[in-house]
Design a protein around this ligand. Sequence first.
Ligand code: GTP
Ligand code: MG
Length: 299
Amino acid sequence: MFKSGFVTLIGRTNVGKSTLINLLVGEKVAAIANKVQTTRTAIKGIVNRENSQIIFTDTPGIHKPRTKLNETMIETSFATIPDSDIVLFLIEATSDNIGKGDRIILDKIKETKRKTILIINKIDLVEKEKLLNLIDIYRKEYDFEAVIPISAKKEKYKNIILDEIEKNLKEGPAYYDIEEYTDQTLRQLAEETIREKALKILDQEVPHGIFVEVEKMNSRINKKGEEIYDIEATIYCLRNSHKGIIIGKNGEMLKRIGTMARIDMEKNFGLKINLKTWVKVKEDWQENDSIVNKFKLKK
Ligand SMILES: Nc1nc2c(ncn2[C@@H]2O[C@H](COP(=O)(O)OP(=O)(O)OP(=O)(O)O)[C@@H](O)[C@H]2O)c(=O)[nH]1
Ligand SMILES: [Mg+2]
């Protein structure tokens, strides 16, 4: 019997959802950063196993919204729940209790009565006793299909989670071609890679006010007969002062972001890349409907 189904990863911002989807898919599907609000929209990652196809959706982390962008991100996350066969609810092992954000998520799960697996991530950061206490607290709240403590950075948890999901799936067809591992285009992956590098090396509010647009993407054959992609991208930011920081002294910061993004893309896409980046200011874009609507859930 062949099984398939849709599995949503949901949780507070920074709990490790994107780290986990990348581990499960075995490809770089989503941007990861040690900052809040990294993921901005729903992203699919597809896993093909011998007897199943699992379609994961990574979602923006739940947080207190301050802008229209934030509100849209959270709407997107919750909108994925009713369409999923199984929910992976991620929490952090470092929590002592059910915090406000986790409580909101838990209430949504209860409302929709979805089959849910509780994933307690970052167990490398806590003592076992604390973990057992947390498991106890959550077990009283909902009838989870399973509770799995993990570290999303460790390969050994991958098959434990996939096996548990497979067990809970129903018979169904493969919805995606076996070669596909994400619903994102190369252009979107390029934009996310550049934004991830900006998030990594810029501080405070600057990287959160960024969005990236790839304007050009053409392939050609270079003199050595290799296929090479010329990519031109613009990094938009909120203010002139931010623009100065992103470009940096003598353009050093922008050069670093570009180099890191190019190296990552060449590795992940298996292509040669020639990347050019520009920085422009677009004030208040986080309140602009035509931009923010791009982050809505596409059905
Ligand atoms: N110590 C530890 N850190 C982890 C683990 N898993 C993820 N992280 C780190 O947690 C941070 C956030 O990871 P992300 O995967 O971007 O978190 P996210 O839940 O997708 O965040 P949002 O997209 O903002 O909702 C990164 O710095 C990760 O390296 C883990 O098991 N242990
Ligand atoms: Mg994320």
